[in-house]
Design a binder for this molecule. Structure first.
Ligand SMILES: *Cc1c(COP(=O)(O)O)cnc(C)c1O
Length: 306
């Protein structure tokens, strides 16, 4: 069956020109996955594509997933499900606020039914018995895990790289759950290296990522490396340096970045480029710009929502 989420033919790639890069003969290219779809941005498009296709072909009418209150995955799932003719249920971590934030508002406007559960219960989100138990309340549904990461997601994200991307020596992405990176590692060629920049604090990600590759039986030929020191204090943590970097990046190159994933990613990539010579680096813009409004509301920042 054809996916209601069309197949993107080509994604715009933009070159970042900086004297320091030129001096070292480093070519930095940004693959604008944030422009892949008007409403379903970045890597989430690829992660959801086969999940929704499968839900439909297996005869489900509803998908259910999990996420935080500002989650790009929640917003993307709501819209993708709607476009696929499926109902969607979002199980949201934490208490319901008096007013919905922009992310949840958009999810609800797109037909997602939202249910809030305590942080304690939320920890059981990957527990099969817990998920099965939800069927007593909501009826049958197709389960998409938090962040959308499963085998179908990895199949989707492995399609991000096209033939023309074989020119890259290094492919860089942001890491949340690692689902996107797993697809890249699966698709990259033996001469390529995949770099992942964790948006979360902690060395747990090294083990977690290896576990993901094993559990999902991802075969690969390339090498990869994870950087766990560009989180700026942790998930959604930020400081003036990061915010200024994001503004400057837009001023210089016309590319908007989000403060949770892609801002930290580009900061890290540019920092690591110092140590390269004669290389081509392809950096994925994984999207996430929908989160800027909510981020500003939450932290009183004034990042421009472009
Ligand atoms: C979800 C998300 C990520 C993390 O993707 P994973 O596959 O969970 O590692 C990175 N960047 C953006 C913008 C995202 O929304």
């Amino acid at each position: 069956m054809k996916s209601p989420l069309f197949d993107p033919k080509s994604i715009q790639t933009q070159k970042i020109t900086l004297p320091s890069l030129e001096k070292q003969n480093v070519q930095l290219l940004i693959k604008r996955l944030d422009l892949v779809h008007p409403f379903i941005s970045g890597n989430k498009f690829y992660k959801l594509k086969y999940n929704l296709e499968t839900a439909k072909s297996e005869g489900y009418h509803t998908v259910l997933t999990f996420g935080g209150a500002y989650s790009n995955h929640i917003q993307a799932t709501a819209i993708a499900a709607k476009l696929s003719g499926l109902n969607s249920i979002g199980i949201i971590r934490g208490e319901k606020a008096a007013a919905l934030n922009p992310t949840l508002e958009e999810a609800e406007e797109n037909g997602m039914s939202l249910y809030f559960i305590t942080r304690e219960s939320y920890k059981k989100k990957a527990d099969d018995r817990f998920v099965e138990g939800l069927k007593e309340r909501f009826g049958d549904f197709f389960h998409i895990p938090e962040g959308g990461t499963n085998n179908l997601a990895i199949q989707g994200t492995s399609e991000i790289l096209k033939d023309e991307d074989q020119q890259a020596d290094i492919i860089a992405t942001s890491i949340g759950t690692g689902g996107t990176m797993a697809g890249l590692v699966k698709a990259a060629k033996f001469h390529q290296k995949v770099w992942g920049f964790s948006a979360l604090k902690g060395g747990f990600i090294f083990e977690e990522f290896d576990k993901l590759l094993k559990e999902q039986k991802v075969n690969y030929n390339c090498s990869y490396k994870i950087f766990a020191d560009y989180h700026f204090g942790g998930y959604a943590k930020h400081n003036a340096i990061l915010l200024e970097f994001i503004e400057n990046f837009y001023e210089s190159f016309g590319i908007p970045l989000d403060p949770i994933y892609t801002g930290k990613l580009l900061f890290g990539v540019l920092d690591q480029c110092q140590y390269l010579e004669n290389k081509t680096v392809l950096c994925l813009h994984t999207g996430g710009l929908q989160g800027i409004k909510g981020f500003n509301n939450r932290f009183g920042t004034s990042l421009k929502d472009r």
